[in-house]
Ligand binder design. Structure first.
Ligand code: COA
Length: 434
């Protein structure tokens, strides 16, 4: 192994040149001190037109702000909370891409990767480090980058799987012992827990779970305590899964791909979660190319893909990335797992969401709001769950779908939705009895 010499973060980021593309590790593996040092370098006036790419990152993203116009331009693969305001106002931008293909952007050369900035666990006795909570597109960035800068941090869990890389691939080392920025799981409210109950009724013993982002996944997990032999093949998970692993409800024994292990590509949670995955061979962190490949996902029986939505129209078109023209998040892995569930023997693709927002807007609407994009198409959709029940749209006609969706819409919105369906489909709609 090459000898390791540490330099300061400010020294390390001097390698970045004008016009470079920089990749950051995701979630809590985002190397905060490199992000801050890069922003300081931006203040010197030495840099221009540096592009920054990443998935969801935790903590501040100073380089996206308006003051760096012409210096840095963030083009993220997912719009997390720290870049949302700047993306919506145009100071940062978003690249729509299936999560499974984020790695391909680098490996195919569609996006160059000049500098990969990552955060890793300490070197083990064999000369390897772990990418910890972010393998996703970060492994591909490390493979493709001209220069890899790594922050070695003892708080980064030594996650197993494709996360283990030789320390020798790192060109510049920085050390830090700051605790990882936690991603505090959303606390489910009564509505979320009701949704969790309906989803749990759809999850059979022996099912293989994928849970998306937001409060709903934790609400579902909280309702699965009496299930048996569940498995997990997902793109991410959070603290809500830990009780089910510890109680043995999740044992992975019914899986056919990586039986007995949990597969994920990134993780978002608290120190408790990161401590749990440290040196844990039961958690297999994999390249997003495999975790999110529908063919791989579909090898497991009874895949339950549980994702959420911002809006669903009466034909079953799902918007999950924007509120009208304003980007709120991204396509993420929703379609990767909807496809995977549809390929799985006994699989179920489930979209679960509250029927109404806190501001009283019905999330089931006659049409999508102007500017909203479709993430899960009306051809992909199967189950829709709200606090008012669960319906299966698969194989149902447009008029039948409208009737079913209105059943699970918020009572205050049902009359208007029914009127809109009648105007759209005509008198025959009234005769549909489902
Ligand atoms: N019209 C207007 N505003 C709406 C709305 C609608 N139909 N639906 C939601 N909102 C607002 C909410 O009021 C809330 O506003 P706030 O931030 O001011 O409180 C905000 O949008 C977020 O809604 P919420 O229901 O709390 O979202 P969530 O945290 O449960 O996340 C998704 C839901 C769809 C955004 C999330 O699952 C996601 O990002 N999905 C991406 C695709 C995916 O599923 N990938 C796979 C897993 S990563």
């Amino acid at each position: 192994m090459k000898p390791i010499k540490f330099v300061s973060a400010d020294e390390a980021v001097k390698v970045v040149k004008s016009g470079d593309h920089v990749h950051f590790s995701s979630v809590s593996a985002y190397p905060v001190i490199l992000g801050e040092a890069l922003a300081r370098r931006g203040d010197t006036g030495e840099l221009k037109d540096v592009r920054i790419h990443h998935l969801h990152t935790e903590g501040d993203a100073p380089y996206t702000h308006e003051k760096y116009n012409g210096v840095f331009f963030t083009q993220s693969f997912f719009v997390g909370a720290n870049v949302r305001k700047d993306t919506q106002s145009g100071w940062a931008d978003y690249i729509p891409v299936f999560l499974r293909e984020t790695q391909k952007l680098y490996r195919s050369g569609v996006l160059p990767c000049d500098v990969a900035m990552i955060q890793v666990s300490p070197v083990d006795k064999h000369g390897y480090v772990s990418l910890g909570t972010s393998v996703d597109a970060t492994l591909a960035a490390v493979e493709c980058a001209k220069t890899v800068i790594a922050v070695m941090n003892p708080n980064v869990p030594r996650a197993w799987g494709n996360s283990i890389i030789p320390a020798d691939v790192v060109d510049i080392w920085v050390e830090d012992d700051t605790p990882l920025t936690p991603a505090k799981p959303a606390e489910p409210n009564d509505v979320d827990l009701k949704i969790g109950e309906y989803v749990a009724e759809l999850v059979e013993d022996g099912a293989c779970l994928q849970m998306g982002i937001g409060a709903i996944p934790n609400a579902v997990l909280a309702r699965l305590g009496n299930h048996k032999n569940l498995g997990v093949h997902t793109e991410m998970f959070s603290d809500g899964l830990l009780p089910l692993i510890k109680s043995g409800v999740v044992n992975g024994l019914n899986k056919r791909y990586r039986r007995g292990r949990i597969v994920s590509t990134f993780l978002m949670g608290t120190k408790e979660l990161y401590d749990f995955i440290d040196d844990n061979p039961g958690i297999y962190m994999t390249d997003v190319k495999y975790s999110n490949d529908p063919q791989v996902i579909g090898k497991n029986p009874k895949v339950c893909a549980i994702n959420s939505a911002l809006q669903i129209d009466l034909t079953g078109q799902v918007c999950a990335d924007s509120i009208g023209t304003k980007f709120y998040s991204g396509v993420g892995g929703q379609i990767d797992f909807v496809d995977g569930a549809n390929l799985s023997e006994g699989g179920k693709a489930i979209i679960a969401m509250p029927s109404i927002t806190a501001k009283g807007i019905s999330k089931i609407s006659p049409t999508l709001t102007e500017g909203a994009g479709v993430v899960t198409t009306r051809n992909h959709i199967h189950y829709v769950v709200t606090e008012n029940g669960a319906v299966d749209l698969y194989g149902k006609s447009l008029q039948e779908r409208a009737k079913l969706l209105i059943k699970v819409a918020h009572p205050s919105a049902q009359e208007e939705l029914d009127r809109a369906a009648f105007e759209r489909f005509g008198p025959h709609y009234m005769a549909i009895n489902i």
